[in-house]
Design a protein around this ligand. Structure first.
Ligand code: CO8
Length: 258
């Protein structure tokens, strides 16, 4: 792996772990960090040995407390567009499943980064919010859209217009958090989930992710079409034969990613 200044990279068997590493600044997402995160995610995405990716934050206090306000405070619209916008777009393009392991604050861009992941595991002290309104802006990396698609209009309006923080438990009840675990156990819990996914047939996982993601971006008819095509495509894989043969032979499948 390349060396990064603000990201730590690790492997736990077939799971890649990326840690946002600016704990003294509550892992605030400066331009370089976002671009490094996109680079590191793409590296894992290309690596056949990795089947699932967990993103977490260093330190106990935060996943990420948002984009770096100190860096942004004197920027122009063009600086903002050129700074990390491409990086955010690249993060969305990752094909392997991603899990956010959230302890402490996931605010602003931190909440948006968690929502860009496919699943969110949070410790009981996690707090989610879009506080941009309090500094005179609005969410810029998908917050208004992704919150609205999960929470609906009314709770999203309240969060985005007041900037109020929401607890992990409440987010779980609203469907934005997969599970809430005791303080400090979020990474472990995310890794358990990631290892379960890493056992599955990788091409099926990839096409399943693509199909579910389509539900948020297309009409029902188009989404159903993507699902059907991906379903049929999987009948061209060796792992499909292996999975069905293993079921019939009453043994565990041995998936090769082919
Ligand atoms: N940016 C820069 N530095 C930060 C940030 C941040 N977002 N959050 C915390 N820090 C720094 C603090 O300045 C402080 O640094 P220092 O010790 O050098 O003064 C250090 O982290 C610790 O923070 P606090 O002392 O404030 O810790 P507290 O426990 O008192 O408070 C809070 C924690 C409540 C999380 C508080 O730090 C806070 O409110 N942070 C800002 C939260 C926020 O407003 N986030 C939204 C930012 S805007 C955004 O995310 C837009 C995303 C759009 C992306 C699209 C790009 C294309």
């Amino acid at each position: 792996m390349a060396q990064y200044q603000y990201i730590l990279t690790e492997r736990d068997e077939r799971v890649g772990i990326l840690t946002l590493n600016r704990p003294n600044q509550l892992n605030a997402l400066n331009f370089q960090l976002v671009n490094e995160l996109a680079d590191a995610l793409e590296e894992f995405d290309r690596d056949d040995a990795i089947r699932c990716i967990v993103i977490t934050g260093a330190g106990e206090k935060a996943f990420a407390a948002g984009a770096d306000i100190k860096e942004m405070s004197d920027k122009s619209p063009i600086d903002m567009m050129l700074g990390s916008f491409e990086g955010w777009k690249r993060i969305k393009q990752i094909k392997k499943p991603t899990i956010a392991a959230v302890g402490g604050y996931a605010l602003g861009g931190g909440c948006e980064l968690a929502m860009l992941c496919d699943m969110i595991v949070a410790s009981e002290n996690a707090r989610f919010g879009q506080p941009e309104i309090a500094i005179g802006v609005i969410p810029g990396a998908g917050g208004t859209q992704r919150l609205a698609r999960t929470l609906g209009k009314y709770r999203t309006m309240e969060m985005v217009l007041t900037g109020a923080q929401v607890t992990a438990q409440e987010m779980a009840a609203l469907g934005l958090v997969n599970r809430v675990v005791p303080r400090g156990e979020h990474l472990q819990a995310a890794l358990e989930l990631a290892h379960k996914i890493a056992e599955q047939a990788p091409i099926a996982v990839r096409l399943a992710k693509e199909a579910v993601a389509a539900a948020f971006e297309t009409s029902l008819e188009e989404g159903l079409e993507i699902e059907r095509k991906n379903f049929f495509l999987l009948f061209a894989t060796e792992d499909m034969r292996e999975g069905m043969r293993a079921f019939i032979e009453k043994r565990k499948p041995n998936f090769q990613g082919k």
